[in-house]
Design a protein around this ligand. Structure first.
Ligand code: BG6
Length: 473
């Protein structure tokens, strides 16, 4: 693989509820995601036990050669009541984590919010369905900026705002009726955008040298054929799934096509005086991209009724049921792509296409904040994990990042594969693994949680070593 710039951030990523465990320890309270993980899989109580083993894990990061580590802070560890009293034990944990990373020359990239809203705030006012969340979110951000801002240069506001509204399981909606649910989605999206923009503004005010942006879940959309009807369906899907959010983050605007969509579907959010100014003022410094796959769509006929996506959580190939958005598009398979056991289509070129679509339009620096392959891994009797499928996936994606940088002139400043270590998959527990480091446990058997380096660990270590001058084991 040709070389990357010397300052390129070689990272890996995780999120608090997926690795930490200790979900009720040292003052932490429950988040909505602690409660919503499907009961047939491992819960978040122990996860990968990173809370107790972070020093060992950072030693492994160092051995891997990481120069960056993306992790999230659990709101419920810092402010167990959602607001008000700061939990010193929570602050201490992240202080130690950040200090240990810096001691090992690993740049912390901190996600402020990764799906884990405090349950107390969900119960009190319905979380992001109420504007009451905005002052609480700002208060939480202020605590983080004040406590860690002297050491953390890169901040991510909200993880996958787009997916929270597009996938049926990542956020709690309180409305059930189809029309009021649609309205609530767009209302919540607006409120979340205000929360994001407020965080960006506050960060710029308190930490002028820091950089802040969202981590957006992104899949480029392709048309099934060159029938103009399919092309139009794909363009509309791209607006609905991707450009809608990008436009808000990068330009502070509602995309005209989405304004028309919301009008037609009677789901415009309530826009109060000052909202759009705030969203404009809170423009991000960079975009984090979580990229796993692409989507393919075809046009719909008058007979196609709307249908929600049914996700494959079991790893049983072919059990995904693609969504139909009435009057706009329906999802279909892409015959040119392989897929993993969870039906996610593997598309390295799609990453280059995504980087191009975004950068050529917004010219904002980009970082890959997630990219990886969920798979069932096998620990051999001699404690090895031969995950050549993961190496193949990551290698091909990284090659496309490189091509995008060299041949398309795109500014990409880092790569953080998902995930550094095995963790609870949001949809499928421990069966679906992503890590460079294997954690010896299953959904039902916790065992001793011993860490083993997978073949992909050694592969990534080699890539980093070839690209980092002076990096020695
Ligand atoms: C992203 C999330 O949506 O995808 C992660 O930010 C998640 O939290 C990852 O784990 C992979 O999804 P899953 O469902 O396979 O865990």
């Amino acid at each position: 693989m040709p070389s990357f710039p010397n300052e390129f951030l070689w990272g890996a990523a995780t999120a608090a509820y997926q690795v930490e465990g200790a979900y009720l320890e040292d003052g932490k309270t429950l988040s909505v995601v602690d409660e919503s993980i499907a009961p047939e899989y491992a819960d978040t109580s122990i996860a990968s036990d990173h809370y107790h083993r972070f020093e060992e894990d950072i030693r492994l990061m160092k051995e891997l050669g990481l120069t960056a580590y993306r992790f999230s802070i659990a709101w419920t560890r810092i402010l167990p009541d959602g607001r008000g009293k700061i939990n010193q034990a929570g602050v201490d944990f992240y202080t130690q984590l950040i200090d240990e990373l810096l001691k090992n020359k690993i740049e912390p990239i901190v996600t402020i919010y990764h799906f884990d809203l405090p349950v107390v705030l969900q119960e009190e006012y319905g979380g992001f369905s109420s504007r009451k969340i905005i002052p609480d979110f700002i208060e939480y951000c202020r605590v983080l900026f004040e406590q860690f801002g002297d050491r953390v240069k890169y901040w991510l506001t909200i993880n996958e705002q787009s997916n929270m509204f597009l996938l049926p399981y990542l956020i709690t909606f309180t409305e059930e009726n189809e029309q009021s649910l649609l309205k609530q989605k767009y209302e919540m999206n607006h409120i979340m955008t205000l929360a994001h923009a407020s965080a960006v503004k506050l960060c710029h005010q308190l930490l002028p040298d820091a950089k802040i942006g969202p981590a957006i879940g992104i899949s480029p959309v392709y048309p099934k054929t060159c029938d103009p009807k399919d092309i139009l369906a794909a363009e509309k899907a791209e607006e609905l799934r991707n450009t809608f959010f990008l436009e808000l983050y990068c330009k502070g605007n509602y995309l005209p096509a989405m304004q028309a969509y919301m009008r037609e579907h009677d789901c415009q959010p309530t826009i109060e005086a000052g909202d759009m100014e705030l969203i404009k003022e809170g423009r991000c410094d960079f975009l984090g991209l979580n990229y796993y796959d692409s989507k393919t769509v075809e046009h719909v006929t008058a007979y196609d009724r709307g249908k929600e996506l049914v996700i494959n959580k079991s790893g049983e190939v072919g059990s995904t049921e693609k969504e139909v958005i009435e009057g706009i598009y329906k999802g279909c398979n892409n015959p040119y792509l392989d897929r993993n056991d969870w039906d996610w289509e593997i598309d390295p070129e799609g990453l280059r296409i995504t980087l191009n679509r975004i950068y050529q339009r917004y010219e904002v620096p980009l970082i890959i904040t997630e990219n990886g392959l969920g798979a069932v891994d096998t620990l051999t009797v001699d404690k090895q994990i031969h995950d050549e499928y993961r190496i193949d996936y990551l290698k091909k994606h990284l090659e496309q990042v490189h091509l995008a940088m060299v041949q398309d002139g795109i500014e990409v400043f880092g790569f953080c594969p998902w995930s550094f270590i095995d963790l609870i998959s949001t949809t499928s527990g421990f069966r679906k693994r992503y890590g460079f480091v294997y954690v010896d446990r299953t959904d039902t058997e916790i065992k001793e949680l011993i860490r083993y380096k997978k073949d992909s660990f050694y592969w990534y270590q080699g890539v980093i070593r070839r690209n980092r001058k002076g990096f020695e084991l």
